[in-house]
Design a protein around this ligand. Sequence first.
Ligand code: UDP
Length: 335
Amino acid sequence: MRVLVTGGAGYVGSHAVRALIAAGHEVVVFDNLSSGHAEAVPPQVRLVVGDLGDSDLLDGLFRQERFDAVMHFAAFIEVGESVRAPLKFYRNNVGNSIRLLEGMQRHDVLRFVFSSTCAVYGIPGRMPLVEDMPRSPASPYARAKLAVEWALADSASAWGLGFVALRYFNAAGAAAGGIIGEDHDPETHLIPNVLKVALGQSDKVKVFGTDYDTPDGTCVRDYVHVDDLALAHVRALETLQSGEQRYYNTGTGRGMSVREVIQVARDVTGHPIPLVEEARRPGDVPVLYADATKIRSELGWTPVHDDLGDIISSAWAWHKSHPNGYRSVQGRSAG
Ligand code: UDP
């Protein structure tokens, strides 16, 4: 298929681009490079630098490239920022998704794979999370994702759009070979921050909250390898029919605490990785992990990297070879 990948220069998007190409699909990346990296896009892939708010640019691209499908990664991701600047998130994450969908409707593109989030469930009453549990998003970030899910569902009924919403758990790790990986500014995620200590770029990792009602007092999350997440997108795309709507929890089903993550990183890196206990981070939910039964049975998706040691080893390979992220490599320009 010919696939438009928005946000294809970002962390998950760039891994999905490679998975799509490996599966024989043709890809064009659309990214405004506000947080993505041109270097993350393979040289043979067309990179269009532009904003989803630019409907004329999108129309031209749809006319020119005749896409069969769209994978939509482009979005702001920092939950804390969404609380401080909600309208920025609604404009970018909702408004631009709507413009993209309008473009698809005008050009009769009926397949859409959407980066949603397990945060749409909010503070869950029970664990693991199952897709039909009530949605009660607790931040502007999560509410904006759910708003797009609603727009998708209504589009499926009204004009035949077929979509899969993948509700991500915690994307982690990097592609084999350490060619592409995670590079956010600022970096708020646990695993890169832990590995920064092992690299000598910071002294201690901060542990946000040690008094949660969890086995060791720290938050529990479901870390899924970014290549496995990428593969879920390809499977979703390849099974998608116009007019249908599907939602999948995209996690492994295994919860790991912050302390467990740090211990695995110590084992992988051989570095003592000292930690400092800090107050809880506002908005953090104590425990989140997926019931992944649905995606496993319906998409035949099984995480290849079913072990946190594997995931952290791959992230470590990337961070060691790119201590300054993509600033460590030579750039490419858009084409
Ligand atoms: N966390 C931490 N120190 C950090 C970054 C994150 O203790 O430097 C904790 C955070 O409070 C949460 C877990 O690690 O409990 C995962 O956070 P992350 O930001 O990686 O992902 P989230 O689950 O918030 O999407």
